[in-house]
Ligand binder design. Structure first.
Ligand code: PLP
Length: 441
């Protein structure tokens, strides 16, 4: 039964049960290791790609079956498992765009993983700036993308569009409208859905693939009960799977963690066996918690992000004293990330604690820097000899490799861009003291 419904779990448990002499990697041989006794329960299942265990990037056995189960659950054409987070999925999606010789048009609110992938692949990016919002969360009208697509097509380019939705604060883009615009221009739509693996199971399916995206990544480890590093790459078109696997092996480790892969399979199994109801239930509970806290100004409309406009640093400190650790805090906001694993009494307790606290006044972040033409190609700047300079000495210089606090890992100034006064004010606001600049001369 286990073999059929959870083929990876079935194989791992059989193998551990047989207790063979493990004359293969990894070196712990499935034994308890002095020094990491706390991991003893999982070492018997931590194997590598041995006979019968399949091979992640050429999956044709238990891994392929597990991937197909996840794809069927989501209604995606194909799903590829990743033990390298959404980061690996983003690299693969963009590698396909490179192979298709496409220009990338991206919403500016991107995670560093996107920028790093563009550097590695030698892709240049044209950014669309938000109509309103901040560095971390903005709303983008599809009309702006239509204008950028029109411009690219007129120049004889083959564009694609890349957006992050939900963003770090839970802001959501109108993926259905964006998909309609992309279709008009024959442009694939790629969505960084790292924060949205659960969206398919809300009362209204809000998963990017259901709304018309061509590719998206889900960090199952962020919102579902998967181990850190577990993610899914979804393709609308099943025929793209072999190419995506090929791209993933360009960047991924040849030793993917079976513990992570099994946790992806387990998340799928969990969703099919009551998890989807749990997603809907906790989403409704979080909505009613929001309604009970009228003194709070909540940001974003994604249900699992409880993002609050507040003096986040102070609020995070008060919450910590009360036994709550948040996902992210700065002077403008605080992000609490919840999931179906958040228990009813934890949610109730969180509500009581929040009700008793004054959220404080959020600081106003300086405006986003004006859009500018890069002074140097992205890849060249990111790999150029560079020097760390205090912010006071960096105005007018070209940004080298990006420095960005993680979380939220949203770059303020991109490699190759000229560092303006506006950039410096924003860098200072987010607590950066120095910046890596391309060496001159
Ligand atoms: C919006 C966004 N995209 C991509 C990533 C990278 O995801 P992963 O950590 O699964 O590689 C993150 C990580 O925090 C993220 O917040």
């Amino acid at each position: 039964m286990l073999e059929k419904e959870q083929p990876i779990a079935g194989f791992l448990s059989d193998y551990a049960h047989k207790k063979p002499i493990r004359a293969h990697m990894p070196g712990h041989k499935g034994k308890p290791v002095p020094g990491f006794e706390m991991l003893s329960a999982v070492t018997p299942f931590d194997i590598t790609e041995i006979e019968g265990a399949d091979s992640l990037f050429e999956a044709d056995g238990i891994l392929r079956t597990a991937e197909e189960q996840t794809a069927a659950l989501y209604g995606s054409g194909a799903v590829c498992y990743s033990a390298g987070g959404s980061t690996l999925c983003i690299q693969a999606m963009l590698a396909q765009m490179k192979a298709e010789r496409r220009t990338v048009i991206a919403a500016r609110t991107v995670h560093r993983a996107f920028l790093n992938a563009c550097v590695l692949l030698g892709l240049e990016v044209r950014y669309v700036f938000p109509d309103n919002g901040s560095l971390l969360s903005g709303s983008y009208s599809p009309a702006k993308f239509a204008a950028a697509l029109q411009d690219a097509v007129q120049k004889g380019e083959r564009p694609c569009v890349y957006v992050t939705s939900p963003d770090y604060l839970g802001g959501m883009q109108d993926i259905a409208a964006l998909s309609a615009v992309c279709k008009q221009y024959g442009a694939p739509l790629l969505v960084d859905n790292a924060h949205g693996a659960h969206l398919a199971f809300l009362p209204e399916n809000r998963h990017p693939i259901a709304l018309g995206a061509d590719y998206c990544c889900d960090s199952a480890h962020k919102m579902l009960p998967a181990l850190t590093g577990g993610a899914w790459l979804h393709c609308k078109n099943a025929a793209m799977k072999p190419l995506m696997k090929q791209h993933m092996q360009l960047f991924g480790s040849t030793s993917p963690s079976y513990l992570i892969l099994q946790s992806l399979e387990a998340s799928t199994y969990w969703l099919k066996n009551g998890g989807t109801e749990a997603v809907r239930h906790i989403a409704a509970e979080i909505a009613s918690l929001r309604a009970k806290l009228p003194q709070y100004h909540f940001l974003g409309d994604e249900p699992f992000h409880l993002s609050i406009a507040a003096d986040g640093i102070r609020l995070a400190g008060t919450l910590r004293q009360n036994g709550v650790e948040c996902e992210y805090a700065d002077k403008t906001c605080l992000v609490l990330l919840l999931s179906p694993m958040t228990e009813p009494d934890e949610l109730a307790r969180l509500g009581e604690i929040l009700a008793a606290i004054d959220p404080g006044t959020p600081a106003a972040a300086p405006p986003l820097p004006e859009p500018s033409t890069p002074a140097m190609p992205l890849r060249e700047a990111a790999l150029a000899p560079c020097e760390m300079l205090p912010l006071s000495a960096a105005e007018g210089r070209i940004c080298g490799p990006v420095q960005v606090p993680c979380p939220p890992a949203v770059p303020i100034v991109m490699s190759g861009e000229r560092i303006t006064g506006d950039c410096l004010r924003l860098l200072e606001f987010y607590g950066l003291k120095q910046i890596c600049c391309v060496k001159q001369g």
